[in-house]
Design a protein around this ligand. Structure first.
Ligand code: GDP
Ligand code: MG
Length: 330
């Protein structure tokens, strides 16, 4: 049974199941035999933590089987919490959250990102501590111990496909017995290895209950959000070190027309000089950005898209609370 004091997961659960311990059985549950072998659906919240680049977004996408979270070799691509639903109707619904990487906040945007991490800590049935197996283990130990987790957590060793010699064994020995390591699973999110074993282990910590969200949905976030994320991903792909971290994307218009979907989005930068870079020579860069983003958005939505991009200069938007709210960083 779920502890009563536990954050939003518990609140959502109580709201969903007002009769304590009672639930409205789905058709699938009704069809199952009752009695001592009665098998109930499981439903709960799993939050994925880890240092930037551990592979959190890759794992979430691999589990869901869709590209919901943007993936990049550059750190701190993920600025929001993304909730995605892993549904096996009649058996389970895991509500997975990708969180921004754990970092030291340097400016207000990063503070907001750490707030999102803290909120996630209070808000789950299970925390998955994702580790790049090639990372410095002592440093990770400090980080995980410092989280002061109030929910059960497991350590998941990722990137075993590129583990240095002996590294997997070393990591298993290192994490076994740690207080935050109830269990240890090794995977490759990129190669999609051992994901089913990971799901089995996660389910052990998930309480019985009915789904919180429609089993037909993959996420609680609107399509607009994914559109802006796909555009942001292309900015990470096309531009050098500084630009992506100085940029936000806002979708202003998302209109379904007869033959296609019209999308208008602003790319927000800090300075005129950055605008010139994003624009490129005679608009060459923004044109390429638009083409790449449109292709991915069309694949995501499954429809033809007309994409219009404008660049706007908003000095110091990352330190401006009003701008942050406007761009969706609440
Ligand atoms: P996040 O910052 O934790 O969300 O990390 P991402 O999911 O964006 O991944 C960071 C980088 O690691 C990307 O280049 C991924 O392709 C790569 N990556 C993630 N998982 C694996 C894995 O299992 N094996 C390998 N070889 N690379 C991975
Ligand atoms: Mg990420």
């Amino acid at each position: 049974m779920q502890s009563k004091s536990r954050g939003r997961a518990a609140v959502a659960r109580r709201a969903h199941n007002p009769k304590v311990g009672g639930s409205i059985p789905s058709l699938a549950t009704k069809l199952r035999p009752s009695g001592p072998f009665f098998y109930c659906m499981k439903s709960g919240f799993v939050n994925i933590f880890g240092k930037p680049n551990a592979g959190k977004s890759t794992l979430l996408n691999a589990l869901i089987g869709e590209k919901l979270a943007i993936v990049s070799p550059k750190v701190q691509t993920t600025r929001h919490r993304i909730k995605a639903f892993l549904n096996k109707p009649g058996a389970y619904q895991l509500v997975l959250s990708d969180t921004p990487g754990i970092i030291q906040p340097k400016y207000l945007l990063q503070n907001k990102m750490m707030e999102a991490v803290s909120a996630a800590l209070e808000d789950a049935d299970l925390a998955v501590l994702l580790v790049d197996v090639n990372d410095n283990l002592e440093e990770l130990d400090q980080l995980f111990s410092g989280l002061k987790l109030r929910v059960p957590s497991i350590v998941v060793l990722n990137k075993i496909d590129i583990a240095a010699n002996g590294k997997i064994k070393e990591a298993i020995a290192f994490f076994t017995g740690k207080s935050y390591c109830k269990e240890l699973v090794k995977i490759s999110a990129l190669q999609q290895h051992h994901l089913l074993s990971l799901i089995d282990v996660m389910l052990k910590y998930i309480p019985e209950g009915q789904p919180f969200f429609s089993e037909e949905d993959l996420s609680d976030l609107p399509t607009r959000f994914f559109v802006s994320e796909l555009i942001r991903e292309k900015i990470y792909e096309l531009f050098g070190d500084e630009i992506p971290y100085q940029t936000a994307v806002v979708v202003n218009e998302y209109a379904e027309k007869a033959q296609l979907i019209k999308i208008q989005a602003d790319i927000i930068v800090n300075r005129e000089s950055q605008k010139a870079i994003v624009l490129g020579d005679k608009g060459s860069m923004i044109k390429q950005l638009g083409m790449m983003a449109r292709k991915d958005i069309e694949a995501f939505i499954g429809s033809k898209v007309f994409l219009e991009l404008f660049i706007k200069v908003r000095p110091k938007w990352r330190d401006n609370d009003m701008h942050l709210k406007e761009y969706g960083y609440r």
